[in-house]
Write a protein that binds this ligand. Structure first.
Ligand code: SAM
Length: 259
């Protein structure tokens, strides 16, 4: 079996093209995330942790609600988080799988990080141990749905995306579908989950993001013969065609509270 290398060795997380992928991600998925955060009724003074904060929009929102001095934003790659310091947010270079507790929190949130970490259940246990009594853990995880694809070529490119991420990064592309059971197993109370699927319409942000995400595996997939250049180009062209629609990405948000 091939050794996995982890997300931050697979992706150049400091490249400008990755910044574009992260900000597109925020544009697409923040409305759902902010609705989840809104339902937790964050109060000024809550200690909040954003794990794997990416380009920082969720930590920014936490700062608006709880006060910047109460927010910690962590990542293995903190280049795009520097502006948060102006809001009083603590930005930490921190590995959620290995480093010490970055504090004790009323709310810990993480989005599209756990699925890429091989010991995701272990990481949940670590984050639970960083919660204050009564504190919330809110996790968001994505799952591709190639089986729902409306076109054979986008189905195939998504299956190849899944395969390369699984084999090279250790990503679990269907693990989101098990939530909230892993939160219950970690001892959290009041657990619940919600799945959200939106249309990926050609030329619109979600389709562009799916194309850009597939581009992360493009070279490896073509070089190893998993898919041809022509097949990938056909999928990319569909992602740019306004009459094309796919419902092939689900975000699951799951929450639980420390007793
Ligand atoms: C797909 S991006 C998601 C970014 C952000 N959470 C968002 O949804 O906008 C995954 C992020 O997790 C970070 N990451 C990956 N492994 C990590 C680890 N072990 N500890 C902390 N952050 C990690 C990456 O550097 C990257 O910023």
């Amino acid at each position: 079996m091939t050794q996995t290398i982890g997300w931050n060795d697979f992706v150049d997380t400091e490249a400008q093209v990755e910044y574009r992928r992260l900000t597109l991600l925020e544009q697409i998925f923040d409305p759902f995330t902010l609705r989840q955060l809104g339902s937790l009724d964050i109060q000024p003074g809550w200690k909040c942790l954003e794990v794997g904060a990416g380009a920082g929009s969720v930590a920014r929102r936490m700062a608006e609600l709880a006060g910047g001095e109460n927010v910690v934003a962590t990542d293995l790659s903190v280049k795009f988080l520097a502006p948060l310091a102006d809001l009083g947010v603590t930005v930490l270079h921190h590995d959620v799988t290995a480093d010490e507790a970055p504090g004790a929190f009323d709310l810990i949130h993480t989005r599209f990080v756990l699925d890429h970490l091989p010991d995701r259940e272990g990481v949940i246990k670590r984050m639970v141990s960083w919660l204050k009594p009564g504190g919330w853990l809110l996790v968001e995880v994505g799952t591709t749905l190639p089986e729902l694809s409306s076109h054979p070529q986008t189905r195939r490119s998504m299956e190849v995306l899944d395969r390369v991420l699984t084999e090279r990064v250790g990503t679990a592309t269907t693990w989101a579908r098990t939530l909230p059971v892993p939160l219950e197993a970690a001892g959290l109370a009041d657990c619940g989950a919600e799945g959200m699927i939106m249309p990926a319409r050609g030329g619109e942000p979600l389709a562009e993001w799916l194309k850009n995400t597939t581009k992360l595996v493009e070279a490896h997939a073509v070089d190893t013969g998993l898919i041809t250049r022509e097949e990938l180009d056909e999928a990319f062209a569909l992602y740019e065609t306004p009459t094309f629609l796919d419902y092939t990405w689900m975000t699951v948000a799951a929450r639980g509270r420390r007793a």
